[in-house]
Design a protein around this ligand. Structure first.
Ligand SMILES: [Zn+2]
Length: 494
C-alpha cells in the first residue's frame, strides 16, 4: 500500500513539539489529555481539515435555506455550550450514509442520509448537541492527539486504501480529518457527549427523549443495511455512526437522568417544520455522484454506465465503485488521471507500473470496448490471506478520460465468473438519452395520511427497489403492526 499518510504526519511535527499541560475542561470539569493541542491549534487543525472533509464526503448538500436551517439550529445549541465563542461551523454533507461527526475547533458535520432519517427538529438537535459535546469535552482533540502520538491513523488508512485498492492518484482518500471522523469514540466519551448533548438541547427546550427515538432509528437503519449488504460488503459499511459512536439505549437514558438532575423538563419536538424542511431532499444516490439501479451503475453527468453480474451488490463510494459478491469476488471501478497516464508513457505502462500496487501482469492485450481503446492484463496476487486472481482493464473514453476496472476473484471462483466479468467489461458504454432521462434521484416526500390509509398503502407508494416496508418503518419510527393516524405527516420515498 502506498504510504500517502507520510507527508501529513511530517507536517504535524510542530504540533508534537508544542507540548502543553493537562488542563481542566470547562464542559466536563475533568483534566483531559490534550497535551498536544492548544485550543488555538484545534481551530487551526479544523480549519485546515474542513475543506478536505467536505470533498471526501461528497461535498456540501442543499440549497441556501437548508444549509442556513442546519447552521442556525447548530449555532443556537452551541451558544448554550461552555465554548460559545468557537468559530462553530455546521455542514450538511452530500452523503447517503447515515453519519455525523466533529473535528476539533467546532466543525460539525451531518450527512443528508441522517437528515432523511430524522423526523423532527429535536432529533436533529440531539445529534448536533451530541457532536457539540464531543468538541466541548475535547474528545475530538484527544483523539487527534492520540492519533498523532500512536500513529493509529496509518492503520485506518491502510483499511481504507485496501477497500479502494486502486492506488488512486494523489492517494488522498484519508485526510487526518477523515481518519478522525471514522475512528470510534470510547463508551465513556459517548456517555459524556450524551450528557452534554442533553444539557445543550434542553437549555433551548428540546425533548431529550429525541436522543432515544433517533437511536432506535439508527438501529432500524443498521438492520436494513445488514439485510441489503452481501456479507462481503461489511468492509464498506463498517464505518457507520453506530460503530463510531458506540452507545446503547440504557446508556442514553442514563445520560438523560444524569444531565437532568435539576428536574427541568423540555418537550419541544417541532416535527412539522422539520418535515417541511426536508421535503424533496435527495434520498440514496445523487445523480451527480452516479446512481446504482439494480445491477447497473449509471453516471449521467460523467456519461457512462456498466452492469455487474447477478449476485453482486454495488457500493457507490466517493472515489470508487465497488461491487461485491458473497464469494468474496470484487469488481472495482474508478477513473484514472489522464495526466498520469500520459506521464507514465501511455496506457500499457500506466497499467503495468503506475496503477497502485506493483505486481507484474501477464496476458497483456489490447481490446476494443464499444469503440473505446482498452488494455488488459492478469496476475495472481498474494493478499495476505490467500491468492487472488486479478484482472485489470484500462479504458480510454477520450484523451482526457480514462476508466479502470479491477476484478478480484478467489482462484476457485475465477472460472465460474470469467464469462460474466467479461460481459461487465463490455457493458461499459455511454448511456442513451432515455437512460439519462430515467436516471433520476429518489426523493424524500412528506405526505399527510388520509382517512383509511394503511401502512401497506403507503409502503406501496415507495419507489425504492428493496425492503420498502423496512425503510418505511425506519424513516417514520414505526414498528411492525403499528397503524397510521389520519392527518399524521409521514415520509415516503418517491
Ligand atoms: Zn458520539
Amino acid at each position: 500500500m502506498m504510504n500517502v499518510f507520510k507527508s501529513p504526519l511530517l507536517l504535524l511535527l510542530p504540533v508534537l513539539l508544542a507540548l502543553g499541560a493537562c488542563s481542566a475542561n470547562p464542559a466536563t470539569g475533568k483534566q483531559s489529555f490534550t497535551a498536544f493541542m492548544s485550543p488555538e491549534k484545534e481551530v487551526q487543525v479544523g480549519t485546515e481539515e474542513h475543506p478536505k472533509m467536505v470533498q471526501q464526503f461528497g461535498g456540501e448538500y442543499g440549497d441556501r435555506a437548508l444549509k442556513a436551517y442546519v447552521r442556525n439550529l447548530g449555532l443556537s445549541l452551541a451558544k448554550t455550550s461552555e465554548m460559545p465563542d468557537l468559530p462553530w461551523t455546521f455542514t450538511v454533507l452530500n452523503d447517503t450514509q447515515v453519519n455525523a461527526f466533529a473535528l476539533p475547533g467546532g466543525f460539525v458535520y451531518v450527512t443528508r442520509g441522517l437528515l432523511a432519517l430524522a423526523s423532527d427538529e429535536a432529533e436533529l438537535a440531539g445529534v448536533l448537541s451530541h457532536e457539540i459535546g464531543h468538541v466541548t469535552a475535547r474528545h475530538s482533540a484527544q483523539r487527534y492527539s492520540s492519533t498523532v502520538a500512536a500513529n493509529i491513523g496509518v492503520q485506518v488508512l491502510g483499511v481504507l486504501s485496501q477497500a479502494a485498492g486502486l492506488g488512486r492518484a494523489g492517494g488522498d482518500l484519508a485526510s487526518i480529518g477523515a481518519n478522525l471522523a471514522l475512528k470510534s469514540y470510547s463508551r465513556e466519551q459517548e456517555l459524556e457527549s450524551d450528557m452534554l448533548g442533553v444539557r445543550y438541547m434542553t437549555r433551548i427546550g428540546y425533548d431529550p427523549q429525541a436522543l432515544v427515538s433517533f437511536f432506535d432509528k439508527l438501529r432500524a437503519h443498521q438492520a436494513i443495511e445488514a439485510k441489503l449488504a452481501g456479507k462481503g460488503a461489511s468492509q464498506v459499511d463498517e464505518n457507520n455512526i453506530l460503530s463510531t459512536h458506540p452507545r446503547t439505549t440504557d446508556r442514553i437514558q442514563q445520560a438523560i437522568k444524569l444531565a437532568q438532575q435539576n428536574g427541568q423538563t423540555a418537550t419541544r419536538r417541532d416535527a412539522d417544520d422539520y418535515l417541511n424542511r426536508i421535503d424533496g431532499m435527495v434520498f440514496g444516490d445523487d445523480p451527480e455522484q452516479g446512481l446504482v439501479r439494480g445491477n447497473v451503475f449509471i453516471h449521467p453527468t460523467l456519461g457512462f454506465r456498466f452492469e455487474v453480474p447477478d449476485g453482486f451488490k454495488i457500493n457507490n463510494l466517493p472515489d470508487i465503485v465497488i461491487a461485491v459478491e458473497e464469494s468474496g469476488a470484487l469488481i472495482k471501478f474508478a477513473s484514472a488521471d489522464a495526466q498520469e497516464v500520459r506521464n507514465a508513457g501511455g496506457m500499457e505502462k500506466f497499467m503495468r507500473h503506475k496503477w497502485g500496487d506493483n505486481f507484474s501482469l501477464d496476458n497483456v492485450e489490447w481490446l476494443d470496448i464499444n469503440g473505446m481503446k482498452a488494455v488488459t492484463g492478469t496476475a495472481s496476487v498474494w493478499s495476505g490471506k490467500g491468492n487472488v486472481d486479478v484482472r485489470r482493464i484500462l479504458i480510454e473514453q477520450n484523451k482526457d478520460t480514462y476508466w479502470r476496472f479491477q476484478f478480484e476473484t478467489p482462484p476457485k471462483e475465477s472460472a465460474r465468473l470469467s464469462e460474466a466479468l467479461r460481459r461487465t467489461t463490455y457493458s461499459l458504454r455511454a448511456p442513451t438519452k432515455s437512460e439519462i432521462a430515467n436516471a433520476q434521484a429518489y426523493r424524500v416526500r412528506v405526505v399527510t395520511v388520509g382517512r383509511g390509509v394503511s401502512v401497506a398503502d403507503m409502503v406501496n407508494t415507495m419507489v425504492i427497489p428493496d425492503l420498502k416496508a423496512d425503510w418505511f418503518e425506519a424513516l417514520n419510527n414505526l414498528r411492525p403492526g403499528d397503524t397510521l393516524v389520519t392527518g399524521q405527516k409521514i415520509k415516503v420515498i418517491k
